[in-house]
Design a protein around this ligand. Sequence first.
Ligand code: HEM
Length: 373
Amino acid sequence: MSTFPQPRTEPVAGHLGRWGTDPLALMQEGAALGPVFRLRLWRTAYVGFSPAWNRLVLGDLDTFRSRGGMSRLSPYLSDGIVQTDFPEHADRRAALNPGFSRTAVASLSEQMEQVVRTLLPAGRFDAVAWSSRLVRAVLSRTFLGTGGTHPVLDDFLDPMSRPLPQPFLPRPLRFRRMNAVLAERLRDPRSGSLAEVFAAHGGVPEMRVALGAGYDTTAHTLAWLLRHVALDPTHLAPERHGHVVREVLRLYPAGWLGSRVTRRPAEFEGRTIPARSLVMYSPFLTHRDPSLWERPQEFDPDRFADKVPAWGYLPFAAGPRTCLGRHYATLLLHVVLRVLADRRLLFHDGDGAMRAGVTLSPAGPQQLELVAA
Ligand code: HEM
């Protein structure tokens, strides 16, 4: 039986060493070998990125299970909907989806804008640090109904912004304090806040998981967005916002890699993936595949004037497990662009190097400056 190719290995460690130092280079080397390749990590992983692979892995929730995948390594994601599988997953999503629909989150736009205006930087600032601060404050406002930041939420989310392995370490005290604050909010949810959604469905664990899933993903996407808007001010023209946001999500999908575990053997293009295998899909590889995208490494929002390839654009994954917060995150990115549209954002310093940790972030600070137009 033919098997899947694999990138160059190191003795004993297999791919683990390279995974720890430069996972993107390892993935790109694998992608050059074929549409599915194997990695020898702590266990064998099957990684694919073609539209057919994405459809298989993200479409068949009964075979490809979320529980047992890599999300369980993060205390922030090892609970709630992320660890819920078919068939319970469908009911849980059906309950939560209405509160996160495009129409429902649109009502949060004003709250978001108030926070953005309050925190607008004066003069020079690092877009990476500012984006994290802003997203924490926006989450606090829209989930908890506070005026802005909340010290317990800040403290809870803080390890996620630190280098690996910090985001993976258990934080029992921070989690207990966060749970207590959420429980209190859920007893008496502020009107117009997302606590109302979680008071009706899911309670503390679901609300805590959403905060964890929504924080560094959105913050890092925003940091990339600000970098590109500063590099080319024409992106701030209101009619361009939609394409600019989509292009940032294509080139830098914060969820650059997702995983599942097979419950039974699965067939892909004539080859078999055994039961209980770790399986990965990668929006990063899909979005940079030259057979799907012209000049894939280039930042070019105008490419979205054309149709995107089916199962070839998945910054928020796809299928029944597609990101619960996609409309929320997109709305916030648009709100920030709207507020900036009548100002000028100048670029000072910072390269485009990427760091692939839990999410895909700029490797270093991005020094920008906000001035009146
Ligand atoms: C730009 C920002 C964001 C990106 C790029 C992003 C990306 C993703 C991706 C790729 C997944 C699928 C993971 C998988 O199953 O393999 C996902 C799931 C999820 N996201 Fe997001 N996300 C973002 C923002 C948010 C926000 C703001 C929230 C909360 C309000 C959120 C909540 C969730 C939840 C709860 C799931 C699990 C859904 C399920 O398993 O059914 N995300 N996200």
